[in-house]
Design a binder for this molecule. Structure first.
Ligand code: GUN
Length: 290
């Protein structure tokens, strides 16, 4: 039976460490770190994620400001708000929850965020800084994955990591982090990859971030593989109170018996992304208060 990589437990440990740090700051008469969250429109999943982020911030003693805008807000107005957050000395970091409505360019908006306050690690500068010796703020999801592997003492150095998915917020930065910080040999697969299984079967560590439930089946992995499932797709489930359940990209039941370690969905990578957001906010605070 595979060891489950319990992101919920590790994230809780990280939150305890942050809470201790915040308590020390307050004891020294300093203010708490302060994050702002921009939420545009009424996407149900975004509201759920933002609520989870706010409750994590409250839990560790951070201050937070939620800025909600109608889905009709113009790109220009949204950018004005971002510029004022960049200037606001009381705000250490902020995020713009994605997705944004179609009339707003994610790239144009993201690029207006000051890299020093970009606690999601989405800007091109923070993406590029993964390759530097001293990264500024690491993209939150890949940062959470690396931290999860580290805390379970899973060696990446010299290992063959196969990343499925090359998105700008997960697969692409994760591949770079595995190569630079993790010193791994990395194969990156995406939706145009031919014969996906031929690649995934080579993986010592298989990391999947596609958003296609059940994509990875038993015949696509080798025995002893470490599986990190970053997929979170909402599937309608009338039996649940919420009306949906979350599904990863890996067929857990089929693959788990072959794996040495595997992340559950939910409770694997998701909580680690939020923990990374908190770590980045603390870092942004400390960078700004030296
Ligand atoms: N939408 C889905 N995941 C994320 C995330 O990590 N950050 C933000 N800002 N939006 C998201």
């Amino acid at each position: 039976m595979a060891t489950q990589l319990d992101g919920k437990r590790i994230a809780s440990e990280i939150r305890d460490e942050i809470t201790q740090r915040v308590t020390l700051l307050l004891d020294e008469g300093k203010r708490a770190p302060h994050i702002a969250i921009i939420l545009v429109g009424d996407d149900g999943a975004s509201h759920t994620y933002v609520n989870a982020k706010i409750s994590a911030c409250k839990g560790v003693g951070f201050d937070y400001t939620l800025m909600q805008f109608a889905r009709t807000i113009s790109e220009e107005k949204l950018i004005k708000h971002i510029e004022s957050l960049n200037e606001d000395e009381d705000i250490d970091g902020f995020i713009v929850q994605l997705p944004l409505p179609d009339h707003i360019s994610v790239e144009r908006v993201t690029e207006k965020i000051s890299p020093a306050k970009d606690v999601d690690g989405f800007t091109n500068q923070n993406f590029g800084s993964i390759a530097s010796e001293n990264p500024l703020l690491l993209p939150a999801t890949p940062f959470g994955v690396m931290e999860l592997l580290k805390r379970y003492q899973i060696e990446t150095k010299g290992k063959h990591c196969v990343v499925v998915g090359a998105s700008r917020i997960a697969g692409a930065p994760l591949s770079l982090m595995l190569m630079k910080q993790g010193l791994a040999t990395v194969t990156i697969c995406h939706k145009y990859t031919e014969n996906l299984a031929q690649h995934t079967r080579q993986a010592d560590i298989l990391l999947v971030a596609v958003g296609r439930p059940g994509l990875i089946t038993r015949d696509m992995v080798k025995e002893g593989v470490v599986i990190v499932d970053i997929g979170t797709t909402r599937i309608e489930d009338p039996e649940r109170k919420t009306g949906f359940r979350l599904a990863g990209d890996v067929d857990f039941k089929e693959v788990e018996p072959l794996a040495s370690h595997i992340t559950p969905v939910p409770g694997g990578v998701g909580p680690m992304t939020i923990a990374s957001l908190l770590l980045n906010t603390l870092k942004a605070y400390e960078n700004g208060n030296q």
